[in-house]
Design a protein around this ligand. Sequence first.
Ligand SMILES: [Fe+2]
Length: 211
Amino acid sequence: MGHIALHYDAPEDGPKAAKLLKLLGLVETQELPLPGGSFYRFVIDPRHQARGDGIIYLSSTPPAQRDLTAAIRQMLKVGAPEEHPAVAGMRAALEADPEVSFHVGILLDSLEELERAVLDIRDRAETDPDLKGRIKIKLNRARPGDADVDARLDASLLYGSVSRYAYGRNGVQAFIETNLLSSGPLGESLVIELDYVFPGKTSHILSVVEL
Ligand SMILES: [Fe+2]
């Protein structure tokens, strides 16, 4: 895949969103200062530095999109007592399953790296002024059935106590929802999913969906 373009709303959220993307393991290759906030280019790993794929762009939400989102929010009376019931319905669906709407998935090749990154972000969501109150994390562990995978996850500082399960085996997911980034019909947040698949398994969370 070539690239994905992400947006932040407030100019001051640009550097914070860029910081979060770096904490998720992305590599920043360019920051171009612009009047409404910087334009950034990231790659998923250094091998993509000079290539045309594996890219995530980050820039300020264009005014036309911001105007449209504001109009939608106004028409639906978001946050007011007479808020359109569809808003609460969508919020409840996202709360139950962060994959129900648009989201971005990043595959890591090390479970230890995923655990380190998510534990760090979870800690920073309490202590780092740039991220405090801006992050929600949900975790899915692999469906039980493989003794080695189950033992590894039981012993995991991150996954040991998790009781949510992925739609598949032999892999884990970490969902980092942040309102530093804007997406969806209300422009409120974006879910970034980190994935890890245990090696040597033909059936896993990203190969076969199980309900
Ligand atoms: Fe997903």
